[in-house]
Design a binder for this molecule. Structure first.
Ligand code: ATP
Ligand code: MG
Length: 384
């Protein structure tokens, strides 16, 4: 008897002629998530099976698979030969010791001497004899024991279903560039887009030496956590130090954040096009801070010429975002104290409703193209 893992995927996206494409990406993503752990991945009657791993690795594999989008549910199953005694042994192993249950059998091997109903009845009887605390309830059982008699002379027996991450396989819905800060929101925004199947690359702006190396390290950690879902193993960084210095030296302080945001968006779009990304993604949420008003968003959108800007958190409350951050494992890193580049030179009263003509007047004082070109020179790629 050996352990295997049954993977079921969300059916919806597999309809129609894209099925082959989705399945290929899905299987590749599972392989990438399990890189470094010995295993084999096989298709089996509309599902996938991970096998050939060391038993001690079963939990580690399940942990990684929980982060693969497109997986609807999983079960750790016992694989045995298809004799009824072996199937019963496996059923004992996956059953709970007490409660109401039902055995459900699927028989792909139509030459098997017993029918599905007969197998269920036989295994049910043996379970009742083995565990005194069990009783059968075919309508509302508290748990199921599933038996799959396969065509290759083996049988799979499993009980619990563990929920997967759902969503669509990453890589089936284009590529986006996430503007990632060290805060709570942007990693959650990236996670949401990846869940819809988007490949999410990360770009971070820093103001070294005004911001320290720990601040950068924090973003590296966040990106690494996010990469367990997005499977993208790099982070890009760009320095906006000189841009902030120039704005600080020449422009109205209340527009500092607005102006910096516009530089960030311009640089992000340029870089996104280079990466062949098709949109920008931010963690903005309406009204959360002074710069996240509709006017603030209009001001930053208006410098992005070719790409849409997605803000998946725009209608979320902070509490909802925090809840998600905790669930995906970024919260603890995000709340570590650090200086974001936005807090350097932060004015006492940032403009809440920046007006485009005022912004343009301030920007005239700056060599916008020169500053952007210089910032692009500072681009760094970090392998996660
Ligand atoms: P977050 O929690 O994501 O930092 P926030 O509530 O702190 O968001 P802001 O600091 O106003 O909000 O940033 C809004 C968005 O702008 C962020 O969600 C992120 O997408 C982007 N952003 C802010 N600072 C940076 C940065 N240093 N590098 C890259 N993107 C940034
Ligand atoms: Mg922030």
């Amino acid at each position: 008897m050996k352990k295997v893992i049954v993977i079921r995927y969300s059916e919806i996206y597999l309809k129609g002629k894209n099925r082959g494409f989705f399945e290929r990406v899905f299987a590749t993503n599972i392989e990438r998530a399990l890189r470094g752990i010995r295993h084999e991945l096989h298709r089996y009657s509309g599902r996938y099976l991970v096998e050939g791993f060391d038993e001690e690795e079963a939990d580690a594999i399940a942990e990684r698979l929980k982060k693969v989008f497109g997986i609807h549910s999983m079960s750790i199953a016992c694989e045995t030969d298809n004799s009824i005694d072996s199937i019963a042994e496996a059923a004992f192993a996956v059953s709970r010791p007490s409660g109401t249950f039902k055995v459900e059998t699927h028989r792909a091997d139509k030459k098997y001497p017993l029918t599905s109903v007969e197998i269920s009845r036989e295994i049910g009887g043996r379970l009742l004899a083995h565990f005194r605390g069990l009783s059968v309830d075919v309508h509302h059982p508290s748990f199921y024991v599933y038996v799959d008699v396969r065509e290759n002379g083996t049988a799979l027996v499993f009980g619990e279903f563990f929920p997967g991450a759902d969503g669509m396989p990453v890589g089936t819905a284009g590529k986006g560039l996430l503007l990632i800060s060290g805060g709570i929101d942007s990693p959650v925004a990236g996670h949401m887009m990846a869940k819809r199947g988007m490949t999410v690359e990360c770009l971070h702006f820093h103001s070294y030496p005004y911001t320290n190396l720990q601040a950068k390290e924090k973003v590296v950690t966040l990106s690494r956590t996010l990469s367990e879902y997005t499977l993208v193993k790099s982070l890009y960084t760009v320095s906006v130090t000189h841009i902030q210095e120039a704005i600080h030296a020449k422009c109205a302080p209340e527009l500092m954040v607005t102006l910096l945001r516009r530089f960030m968006f311009r640089i992000a779009e340029r870089f996104a096009l280079r990466l062949k990304a098709q949109c920008l993604i931010t963690g903005e949420s309406l009204g959360q801070v002074a710069s996240q008003t509709v006017e603030g968003m209009t001001s930053s959108n208006s410098v992005v010429e070719k790409l849409p800007v997605f803000r998946p958190l725009v209608g979320f409350d902070k509490n909802e975002i925090i809840e998600r951050a905790m669930k995906i494992g970024t919260y603890e890193t995000s709340v570590l104290p650090y200086e974001d580049c936005c807090t350097v030179f932060l004015p006492d009263y940032p403009a809440i409703r920046p007006k485009i003509p005022d912004i343009l007047k301030e920007e005239e004082k700056l060599d916008v193209d020169g500053l952007i070109a210089e910032a692009m020179q500072s681009l760094e790629k970090i392998d996660l």
